[in-house]
Design a protein around this ligand. Sequence first.
Ligand code: ADP
Ligand code: MG
Length: 140
Amino acid sequence: MTVENTLSIIKPDATRRNLTGSINAKFEQAGLKIVAQKRLQLTKKMAQDFYKVHKDRPFFNELVDFMISGPVIAQVLRGENAVKHNRDVMGATNPKEAEKGTIRNEFAESIEANSVHGSDSIENAKTEIEFFFAQIELIY
Ligand code: ADP
Ligand code: MG
């Protein structure tokens, strides 16, 4: 077991419904520590850049519009196997397939408006954390 950091984003559908605290409680109950966090309004350019791996997917433009439709919370979660652990706490991309008790099962509105983003590999976690945070902003 290794302690890792992972990048999480609470998406606009969730901030709009005032669910930041409820979602953060899920992370904390699961043993993930929030070691950095900020609320921000993404620009179109930031959202396109963040999701550039999906640029050829049919839902890309809609996804970008959704991600800039309101404030997001960018955060760094830390814990044992945090990258994979957070993916389990989030649940499947499609909330209809997300296991009971997961964030997406409890809070997501749709496959697009699915309340949270989480890094999918240690390598991507590093890049995604650097996208939003300076190293000195991570307080363990
Ligand atoms: P995840 O967020 O679970 O890692 P992906 O990386 O595959 O999922 O997709 C990134 C985001 O794009 C999803 O969280 C969701 O907001 C959106 N998305 C994924 N698939 C679809 C789809 N079929 N239709 C609309 N939006 C989608
Ligand atoms: Mg993904």
